[in-house]
Design a protein around this ligand. Sequence first.
Ligand SMILES: Nc1ncnc2c1ncn2[C@@H]1O[C@H](COP(=O)(O)OP(=O)(O)OP(=O)(O)O)[C@@H](O)[C@H]1O
Length: 296
Amino acid sequence: MSAPIVLSADHVTRRFGDFTAVDEVSLRVRGGEVVGLLGANGAGKTTVMRMLLGLLPVSSGVVGLLGRPPNRERRRSIGYVPQNLGLYRDLTLRENLAFVADAYGTSVPQLPDDLAPYADRLVGQVPLGAQRQAAFVAALSHHPAAVLLDEPTSGVDALARARLWDTIRDQSDAGVGVLVTTHYMQEAQQCDRLLLMSHGRLVAQGTETDVIDGATAVAVRCEDWTSAFAALSDAGLAATLDGRAVRVVAASPDRVQAVLGNAQVTATLTAVPATIEERMLMLDRDFTHSGPDWQT
Ligand SMILES: Nc1ncnc2c1ncn2[C@@H]1O[C@H](COP(=O)(O)OP(=O)(O)OP(=O)(O)O)[C@@H](O)[C@H]1O
């Protein structure tokens, strides 16, 4: 039997004045799964999370927390780490944890060993990685059924990030449903399922293979990679640089060849599978242009 649905949205829309920040989004998160919510800045991810929690009213549609409309009581069964972490900056780490335990009526959680040196420091005097870890401890202290994490590892080093992901995996192994936003594609690959948002809409979902959906990018190999990159960018193509490797999405190899030819840059072109990030870029361009310039 499948695990229960802990978070749900059905055709949820949120408008701010004339602006539609979230447009007809439907999603489900079940206990035990880690679902990644991806999208460019401003795509609507935080707004979705805040509506799921009932912290922001929907303009239309229905959200569910543990199968019912969100309310204060059901929020007590949820852990939430917002982008700003939600810690009180005028309290120490230890005081923050005591405060949260008091609010939930639970015992004060044990500080992990690596946080012990910071226990009695004010939040603002603690490195960001330790703040994030403490926010996790606080959000998980009452054994929630679902956890919402808004860019939980932003700005922390690789080791701290790996630790936080260990904690996320421990939670899902224990049956907790996790919805997590991230800008790190390596983290997206650790999710069981992905939801891609662009301009308020859900534009793709499923496994990494599902969301990439066979899309390809053009890899450009040439000596003069700086001229290649400049010419492609000047022509309005979506060119990216990874070291000296130039790649282009949403453009045919013929179009890339034509632009490079005009700029008198000699290059070898290969169609390669797109990454998640490139797929997101393509879907964003599909929205902002009338269509991908693949055909042009
Ligand atoms: N209270 C508000 N009033 C007006 N516009 C808002 C409000 N909250 C969010 N928005 C707008 O809604 C859009 C979606 O914002 P949201 O914070 O959900 O995006 P996001 O995908 O979480 O972005 P980021 O990755 O930068 O956190 C943005 O254009 C934002 O400016």
